[in-house]
Design a binder for this molecule. Structure first.
Ligand SMILES: *[C@@H]1O[C@H](CO)[C@@H](O)[C@H](O)[C@H]1NC(C)=O
Length: 404
């Protein structure tokens, strides 16, 4: 990709104010060095500060495996082993909020709502610099809502946060899928930095990433680095037919056989994910996202700009493929908040009763009806067989009323 950092406009803006020639030359030189170091080094090496006090027992440093298993069980908790889970939903989409609350509570997940933003309400002065002219108000609103989620995390006492959009579906075995991912990530061979004590103690997925993509509609890995991936067998893999073909193409480029594509998930450094249905962030990730996708400007819709900055190397993360979260689709205008009602397109499509999602084997949304099934009258019939009119009359004559 052709994105360069920092954008040229920043460089020119930095030169403009200086009047005295000598001062201007030396300041320009200084700015030049700052820019050079910003390009070649970590631009703002902020320490990743654990907010929760690190235990000082020093236990488990030399017995990694049992500890690893213990840590992975955190994926069984209501936030899947992340600090919290939030989801973004336009305030008016109460139908989707009902659905998310229902699916989450039924599968042992706790969610917090981050309100979506109508892009047209964002003040001119609050719009990020370098905004492309063709960026739609809904894309701008989408960016704002995600930025609000990043900020929410930094204001909270969290080390990781999972961010969902309100149209996702997931597997009823999501806890098991995530527990397995945790085991793989604790032994992640693709790490750039050694595991810290804090990660070994309390981070089921490590903290060596800015983001971890768990729900995207398309993906491709760095075409120059088809060697950089980690694969592992998963019992909850989606059926081959329900896997998105661009993601299968990517795994073919990694060298996986067709059989392997149907049995293994791959973890690879983020290059070009599209859509932001589900991704986790670390504190460092939230800081870098706010810096590159707000403070420094915004160059594209939020998912594309994340991809551009991943490609330039300024953001670092991993993508899991196939992703365990998929988009729930009902095939009607309700499917998108980015478009107006389309003429001729039904509002509700098939409705939730006919909806579907890709990449999900045992869809929690589809299974809702059986998970919450009740069979009231057949059970009464079995447990309280109907009495005949004679039996009821006889009981009544003895002064007994009601079922006995
Ligand atoms: C789930 O586990 C993670 C990691 O241990 C923890 O940070 C989080 O608070 C836990 N969530 C709940 C709801 O207990």
């Amino acid at each position: 990709m052709t994105t360069t950092f920092p954008p040229k406009q920043l460089i020119y803006a930095g030169r403009r104010p200086f009047i005295l020639l000598a001062a201007s030359v030396s300041v320009t030189v200084a700015i030049f060095f700052i820019i050079v170091s910003a390009i070649s080094l970590d631009p703002f090496p902020l320490p990743l500060r654990p907010l929760i006090k690190t235990s000082t027992t020093g236990a488990d440093t030399d017995s990694k495996m049992p500890h690893t298993f213990a840590l992975a069980t955190a994926a069984q908790n209501e936030s899947l082993g992340f600090g919290e889970i939030v989801y973004i939903s336009m305030p008016y989409r109460t139908d989707r909020q009902d659905a998310m609350n229902l699916v989450a509570s039924t599968t042992g997940i706790k969610l917090k709502l981050i309100p979506g933003v109508d892009g047209s309400t964002i003040h001119e002065k609050a719009k990020p610099d370098f905004l492309p002219e063709n960026l739609t108000p809904s894309a701008l609103g989408c960016w704002r809502a995600h930025a609000d989620a990043w900020r929410y995390m930094l204001d909270s006492n969290l080390e990781s946060l999972l961010i969902l959009e309100d149209d996702v579906d997931w597997d009823i075995n999501i806890h098991e899928i995530m527990e397995h991912l945790s085991l793989e990530m604790q032994n992640n061979p693709l790490r750039l930095d050694p595991q810290t004590e804090r990660e070994r103690e309390a981070a089921p997925y490590g903290l060596d990433w800015d983001f971890l993509f768990l729900g995207h509609c398309l993906d491709s890995a760095n075409p120059d680095r088809n060697d950089l991936f980690h694969m592992y067998k998963d019992n909850n893999m989606p059926e081959r037919e329900s896997q998105i073909h661009e993601m299968k193409d990517m795994e073919r480029r990694f060298g996986l056989s067709e059989q392997q594509i149907s049995e293994y998930r791959t973890l690879s450094p983020t290059w070009f994910p599209a859509c932001t249905m589900s991704y986790a962030i670390t504190r460092r990730g939230a800081q870098r996202l706010l810096m590159w996708l707000s403070y420094m400007g915004l160059n594209a819709p939020v998912d594309n700009d994340i991809a551009f900055k991943a490609q330039s190397g300024h953001l670092h993360g991993y993508d899991l493929n196939p992703p365990p979260f998929g988009a729930w689709r009902v095939q009607g205008s309700k499917d998108s908040d980015n478009q107006e009602f389309e003429e001729g397109k039904p509002l509700a499509g098939e409705g939730n009763r006919g909806g579907f999602s890709l990449n999900v084997r045992n869809s929690a949304r589809k299974r809702l009806a059986s998970l919450l099934y009740a069979d009231t009258w057949n059970r009464y019939e079995k447990m309280f067989p109907k009495k005949s009119d004679e039996e009821v009359a006889a009981a009544k004559s003895e002064g007994k009323m009601g079922y006995r």
